[in-house]
Design a protein around this ligand. Structure first.
Ligand SMILES: [Cu+2]
Length: 97
């Protein structure tokens, strides 16, 4: 096998078990009480502290937080608790596929 092909293939194989074991889920939360452009920073930090959350994209314009998390480690209730404890109650908007 040409050497140039070996390392990407090896990297892909090494990464596979992680992707296979984590059930990644994406949800969208309504966060209606955001009232300025720095609110999303607070909310994002709170969400990223929840174990299992890998990504959080918070939009002030849309009053929305899109969160990617591991279904085995976190629940939607955990995410809602996190935003609420940061001062921003939220509710599940819609399950994204
Ligand atoms: Cu604010």
């Amino acid at each position: 096998m040409p050497k140039i092909l070996v390392s990407p293939l090896l990297a892909a194989l090494l990464c596979l078990p992680q992707f296979a074991s984590a059930k990644s889920r994406t949800v969208s939360l309504n966060v209606p009480t955001m009232d300025c452009a720095t609110c999303p920073i607070t909310i994002k930090a709170a969400l990223l502290k929840v174990p299992g959350v890998s990504r959080a994209k918070v939009s002030y314009e849309r009053r929305e937080a899109v969160v990617v998390f591991d279904d085995d480690k976190a629940t939607v209730a955990d995410l809602k608790n996190a935003t609420e404890n940061a001062g921003y109650p939220s509710m599940l908007k819609e399950p994204l596929k």
